[in-house]
Design a protein around this ligand. Sequence first.
Ligand code: BGP
Length: 481
Amino acid sequence: ELDPFPANFLWGAASAAYQIEGAWQADGKGPSIWDTFSKLPGKTYLGTNGDVAVDHYHRFREDIQLMAEMGLKTYRFSVAWSRVMPDGEGAVNEAGLAFYEELVDELRRYQIEPVLTLYHWDLPQALQDKYNGWEGRETIAAFKSYCRVLFERLGSKVTYWVTMNEQNVLTSLGYRWELHPPNVADTKRMFQANHHLNLANADAIALFHELVPTRKIGPSFGYGPMYPLRADPNDVLAAENGEAFNNSWWLDVYCKGKYPKVIWKQLEALGIAPQLLEGDLELLKRAKPDFLGINYYHGGTAAQNTLEKERIASQEKAFSGIDPYLMQPKDQQAQTPETVLFQSVENPYLEKTDWGWEIDPVGFRVALRRVSDRYDLPIFVTENGLGAIDLEKDGKVHDSYRIDYLAQHILEMQKAITDGVTVIGYCAWSFTDLLSWLNGYKKRYGFVYVDRDEEDEKELTRIKKDSYYWYQEVIQNNGLR
Ligand code: BGP
């Protein structure tokens, strides 16, 4: 017997500014690091970018109409910082701010609860140029000034706020693997930028609690539980190391205001620990989130990586795709925390998506239970979904594979709720099809198909997929039938 979903459960869908808005230079918007990066040769799939995306900036009313018709209870979107503050600090662009206010008003008109993400990776280019982006402490202050503008303007209209989206992913891909801006491969720089992001997160939360104490704020973290490959205690230990390195390194800071010791000591030994200034740890301790946003796609599997490195490398299939959780350091000889602590390997029990992502609904239940037990905060699932190649024919898209995927995950979430986890809401990724950062428009996630591909923007017509009607029923029934 499973517990029913709470009566006020927030069924929703999510997006991010750069992936849907387009209008990259409209109405005074300044460029972001994604506008720059996506135009560097060879960096994105067939050179695709978000200049037009799915033109949500001009079509948001049509999109919200589709959300309302679906019965969506909540919609998570992000604000493009450089639309609101073209230089990342200083002058506010009223037209940009007004766009988000209209968006929020339109959502509220249909009783759709807006969930506003403050930072979903599109740092103003001006801050990258001036302060070296997140590597400069000045960017923390700039972020705070941008947050203040939004808190003051929209604090009375938006209940749920997300500070940082997947800080783990943006730092790994941006500062370690040269796969995201600022296109850096330097672990030491990564940990320093990451520390500043932690401070920016804490600053924003502290300011929010002062200015809008009745609303809720928290980060969204890309969580994947780590499993040991075998019951060999060395693998179990490796999985614990992986859990600390991939997850607690961020979550402990957000929720407990401290860095996990096991990892900190490793970074110190390797000379790549971030530099802390006086007052940093106090700030991290003081600012506590009201809820934890969890983005779940899959977990990871670890094998021991100290004594028998060679043997393991020859026996297990080391992961070799683009995935921040599972990637191995390029230079296997290089001293990195993973080469000491654990080795990421493929999980022999799990199927994969077309893009090589493991499909693991049970891992979702594990994830929700672990995070809830450790941090004792309500959880908002801010992303979960399946990227696939969808085919449109005669105005229909039969995406039964997406329905299966989402149904399995929703069932596991319900089991986690029955286990005792508090989950406030669930946002599927994504509402409409949108730009996948590195995979262009080919990898689709939406309930609503958007007629465009990499070469051709076409009419950008919106078409409801089979999953749209299916999710509509899930919402109506407040759960699976
Ligand atoms: C998360 C991001 C989203 C979204 C999603 C799917 O990491 O927060 O913005 O992109 O992953 O990822 P992808 O488009 O790479 O398949």
